[in-house]
Design a protein around this ligand. Structure first.
Ligand code: PPS
Length: 298
């Protein structure tokens, strides 16, 4: 009976709608005026990604690099330590308010916004931006399982249908192809952006932590960097209740975990041969910039 009541209290899944040419849900557009008027500070660090590309991992790494393993890290969930700029959701409140009220400095702020939607003040203040990208196939697999277990996301439908929605950009935050291509283009004219790949992080986390430190102008001892690299490995983050999203009631871990697999190449367990051929054919047409290359295996 109790379970039933709790179930009835959960809000219905949101619908997608076209928002200035990008598929979005109301949880990420209802606070639009405050998002667009958000006042960035010069030392803010924006962590930007298409959903499921490694946002939480890089947020966790940056949080450890700046603030270490403190009481706050052990008691405050990652989504409060690194506010999600565009979200507005009743129990959490608005990401813009969470960011405004952060007690730490610099502020680490997460966004999935396509580059054209990022509040102007981040560019005006010349903020550092860390963009994380993940190969389309694994990114889609991860997003599919996330949408299955997260009632805050639109109904995913079945896998074969989901692939087509991904190819058409009919998922929250729109087209993966537009997202990565447009952020990549932005990087060419905005030097304070560090563009990194999930696959590189998997291959050698320590090397990527080094690169992050030099981009951020941080000098950390080898020992500190080792602690960050080790502490942010998948198994550690999976069992950290402040990082694994187990405190969010909308997510049903009986269906899938937020920290699900953390691998490169899981797409091979999902795509049929013909789905893979169709996907590759379409991919070639959309990803024409030879300087932006992804690895689907390592
Ligand atoms: S979200 O909801 O957009 O913020 O999700 P995001 O954090 O971007 O992506 C979640 C996926 O990242 C994986 N992940 C990791 N992989 C390897 N190592 C570490 N430490 C790590 N932390 C998170 C997480 O498992 C999701 O990927 P999948 O493929 O679903 O496992």
């Amino acid at each position: 009976m109790l379970c039933m009541c709790l179930f009835l209290e959960l809000p219905p899944r949101p619908e997608l709608f076209d928002f200035h040419g990008v598929s979005m849900t109301h949880y990420f557009t209802d606070n639009w005026e405050n998002i667009q008027n958000f006042q960035a500070r010069p030392d803010d660090i924006l962590i930007a990604t298409y959903p499921k590309a490694g946002t939480t991992w890089v947020s966790y790494i940056l949080d450890l690099l700046y603030f270490g393993q403190t009481e706050r890290q052990r008691t405050v969930p990652i989504f409060e330590r690194v506010p999600f700029l565009e979200v507005i959701f009743p129990p959490l409140g608005a990401g813009t308010d969470l960011a405004d009220n952060l007690p730490t400095s610099p502020r680490l702020i997460k966004t999935h916004l396509p580059v054209q939607f990022v509040p102007r003040s981040f560019w005006q203040q010349n903020c550092r931006v860390v963009y994380v990208a993940r190969n389309a196939k694994d990114n889609m697999v991860s997003y599919f399982h996330f949408d299955r277990m997260n009632r805050g996301q639109p109904e995913p439908g079945d896998w074969s249908n989901y692939i087509h929605r991904f190819m058409e950009g009919k998922l929250a935050w729109g087209s993966w192809y537009d997202h990565v291509n447009n952020w990549w283009k932005k990087k060419q004219s905005y030097p304070k952006m560090h563009f990194m790949f999930y696959e590189d992080l998997i291959e050698d986390t320590g090397r990527e932590v080094d690169k992050l430190c030099s981009f951020l102008g941080l000098s950390r001892s080898d020992e500190e960097k080792k602690r960050v690299t080790g502490g942010s490995q998948f198994d550690n983050m999976k069992k950290d209740d402040m990082a694994n999203y187990s405190t969010i009631a909308l997510m049903d871990f009986k269906i899938s975990h937020f920290m699900r697999k953390g691998k490169v190449g899981d797409w091979k367990n999902h795509f049929t041969v013909s789905q893979n051929e169709e996907f590759d054919e379409d991919y070639k047409k959309k990803m024409t910039d030879p300087t932006l290359r992804f690895r689907t295996e390592i």
